[in-house]
Design a protein around this ligand. Structure first.
Ligand SMILES: CC/C=C\C/C=C\C/C=C\CC/C=C/CC(=O)SCCNC(=O)CCNC(=O)[C@H](O)C(C)(C)COP(=O)(O)OP(=O)(O)OC[C@H]1O[C@@H](n2cnc3c(N)ncnc32)[C@H](O)[C@@H]1OP(=O)(O)O
Length: 305
């Protein structure tokens, strides 16, 4: 399936893309109708790993990641997120999406490290295409995207939040946010670095990226990585209030302004997408990088208990 941003999707999604989306209304498991879904405002639609709660009256859908235990961005979750976003975008009932987590204490643990270790180049190619696709789809979305960050938000989790228009973080000292790639022995690709710079500025990015800083809420607010820090039970209501503020602006003017602000950054990736994939694949296939990732994953597994 060729998506708006031009990427061909994994074979299993290609065969029956909508088969990834099941109607979850009243627990039924049947193919969702193509196109809309939020008509009556009470209908739920989504997929195994992405729950979508549409509210047609307000034109806002709440999209919840549910890939337990930590919402790591597996190929399946990336694919389902892209398809869910595309589905909401294509339904003109909706003007905004709130992205949040259905897993306790974690927004997203970032890229699924098991997708980056011990696989073959064809897999890494498919996986990185899906990462690029999700970033392009979120970063360039015509909808207002608000991240309601109700848990830890490292690396790829932060990347999703950064692609949103606004970020609300729960005030819990354990809910760190940032790009910690260097601590895993890997480098942040240029387009994600650019997104960081666009959000918190050059010097703060240079420092945070080299150190792999993960910021607790108060520091994240101070550096400008999030727009609001609120008590945990107010994250969603605050995200909805923020959404109302953004939706008070006429869509066409807001969308043109968003494109004006973001196009150059996105174009930089669009111009060299294949080269970026090749770069990633040759980088991730290096023995030294594989060793670093294995060690990191093993440490994560042993940390428990
Ligand atoms: C020259 C340069 C050229 C080119 C450059 C091109 C490309 C650059 C290359 C690569 C760029 C790639 C970019 C990567 C960005 C990423 O997202 S990498 C992922 C980084 N993520 C993290 O570091 C987070 C790790 N996780 C945590 O810190 C904690 O798990 C978390 C705080 C999220 C939650 O803590 P807690 O609730 O205590 O849960 P546990 O730690 O106990 O974890 C539960 C189980 O989940 C497993 N797990 C955790 N995170 C991941 C993950 N990201 N992927 C896969 N699995 C994960 C963990 O091991 C536990 O599993 P177990 O139950 O033990 O089996």
């Amino acid at each position: 399936m060729a998506l708006a941003s031009g990427v061909r999707f994994p074979a299993r999604a290609l065969l029956r893309p909508w088969s990834l989306l099941r109607d979850t209304t009243l627990g039924r498991s049947e193919p969702a109708a193509g196109g809309g879904g939020g008509g009556d405002g009470a209908r739920l639609f989504g997929s195994q790993r992405v729950l979508v709660e549409p509210d047609a009256a307000s034109g806002v859908a709440v999209m919840k990641f549910r890939n337990p235990p930590v919402n790591s961005l597996s190929l399946e979750l990336l694919t389902e997120l892209v398809i869910s976003l595309e589905k909401v975008e294509n339904d003109k009932t909706f003007r905004g999406v709130i992205l949040t987590s259905a897993c306790p204490r974690v927004f997203s643990a970032g890229l699924d490290l098991t997708e980056l270790c011990g696989r073959n180049p064809a897999h890494y190619t498919e996986y990185w295409k899906a990462v690029q696709e999700l970033w392009l789809r979120t970063y360039l979305s015509s909808l207002v995207l608000v991240a309601a960050i109700n848990g830890a938000c490292p690396a790829g989790g932060c990347i999703i939040a950064l692609a949103c228009d606004c970020r609300v973080l729960a005030d819990n000292p354990k809910y760190h946010i940032g790009l910690n790639e260097t601590l895993l022995g890997i480098t942040t690709p240029f387009w994600l670095k650019d997104t960081y710079v666009n959000t918190i500025g050059h010097r703060a990015s240079e420092q945070a990226l080299q150190l792999g800083s993960l910021f607790p809420p108060s520091e994240a607010l101070q550096v400008g990585l999030v727009d609001q820090v609120v008590p945990e039970d107010q994250v969603l209501s605050t995200a909805l209030s923020e959404m109302a503020r953004w939706l008070a602006v006429p869509d066409h003017a807001r969308q043109l302004t968003k494109t004006m602000m973001r196009k150059a950054t996105a174009d930089r990736l669009l111009r060299q997408r294949d080269a970026d994939i090749q770069n990633f694949v040759s980088f991730i296939c290096r023995d030294s990088i594989q060793k670093s990732l294995q060690v990191y994953l093993e440490k994560l597994r042993q940390r428990k208990g």
